[in-house]
Design a protein around this ligand. Structure first.
Ligand code: SF4
Ligand code: SF4
Length: 303
């Protein structure tokens, strides 16, 4: 059932706002069609501000044959998602313009792997948790921008049908747990305090830099702490979608103490020992470097 809404996370629907302030459910209908040949073709891609999700990044980096780190470096910019500086990722635009870097005269150059935000347009989607409710609620709304003529096309369909047509279901499924983390972080507000730089770095790697997250879980540090069944661990190393969902579970465990990944009973002791070993090695290296410096000073005394 559709109803009016007033979501503080969405800009207030002012007279100039493109957000139509009507809350839509999956079976609510709206009028819209985008098609090749429409007079406004590609206009929506000439002024973009697209936030990327972990699954968007996975699809795009594979499409372009890049590692996650290369993709992030070449095609994105970071921004603060909240006052605590939780890192978010935005799509880079063509230099000096607001135009999408993947836009070609023929249309979207990465169409089959375009981000969820592009698939949803001209719908918006958001998740909110009501004060008295344990489960977050997802709903949708129409975004009506002047340049977009798709709203005048004679086609009415439900949100459910549009989501199927645009292939957003898989995108939403892949990032469901990750979006829950964002929501929880936002709603926890200042009571929980600012996250440490270490947890921010971890959030960035587990959310966006999947190839490096894979290297991380293959490290002795990770194995000292977590007790993962070998067949499942192999799956994590070889199947990216599995790894992506595990990364969200891992973040929930580290950030919120939701213990779904079993830890080894002697994990803390092993971690302490490994840290000590590393520090001992570092001290040994420092001692050798100092000895070398002293020898050099003796060999070539200054005047
Ligand atoms: S109808 Fe809207 S979504 Fe489609 S090309 Fe035109 S501006 Fe873009
Ligand atoms: S990825 Fe494709 S659909 Fe999305 S803004 Fe860029 S060109 Fe447009």
């Amino acid at each position: 059932m559709s109803e009016n809404f007033n979501d503080p996370t969405i800009k207030d629907p002012r007279p100039s706002s493109p957000v139509v302030p009507i809350k839509l459910g999956l079976d609510d209908s709206f009028q819209f069609r985008c098609r090749k040949g429409i007079a406004c073709f590609n206009k929506c891609c000439q002024n973009i501000n697209i936030m990327l999700t972990p699954y968007d990044i996975l699809r795009l980096k594979n499409r372009l044959g890049l590692t996650s780190a290369e993709f992030l470096e070449k095609h994105t910019v970071t921004f603060d998602m909240d006052a605590h500086g939780i890192p978010g990722i935005r799509m880079q635009t063509k230099p000096g313009t607001a135009e999408c870097q993947f836009l070609t005269p023929e249309g979207c150059g990465v169409y089959e792997d375009r981000p969820a935000a592009c698939r949803y347009y001209a719908l918006g989607a958001t998740t909110m948790r009501a004060k008295d409710s344990a489960a977050p609620e997802e709903f949708y709304f129409v975004v009506k921008e002047e340049h977009c003529l798709g709203h005048d096309e004679p086609r009415t369909l439900s949100v459910r049908e549009y989501r199927q047509e645009q292939g957003v279901e898989q995108y939403d499924e892949m990032t469901r747990e990750w979006r829950e983390i964002i929501l929880k972080k936002r709603s926890s507000g200042p009571t929980v305090g600012a996250p440490s730089q270490k947890s921010m770095d971890l959030f960035y790697m587990a959310s966006y830099d999947l190839d490096n997250f894979r290297v991380f879980i293959a490290s002795p540090f990770f194995h000292d702490v977590y007790d993962i069944e070998p067949a499942y661990f192999q799956k994590l190393l070889t199947e990216e979608t599995e790894l992506l969902q595990f990364a969200a579970r891992y973040l929930k465990q580290v950030l919120f103490g939701e213990n779904t990944i079993p830890e080894k009973p002697d994990a803390i002791e092993k971690r302490r020992k490994r840290r000590e070993e590393i520090m001992a090695k570092q001290r040994e290296q420092m001692r050798r470097d100092m000895e070398k410096d002293m020898e050099n000073e003796i060999d070539s005394p200054s005047d």
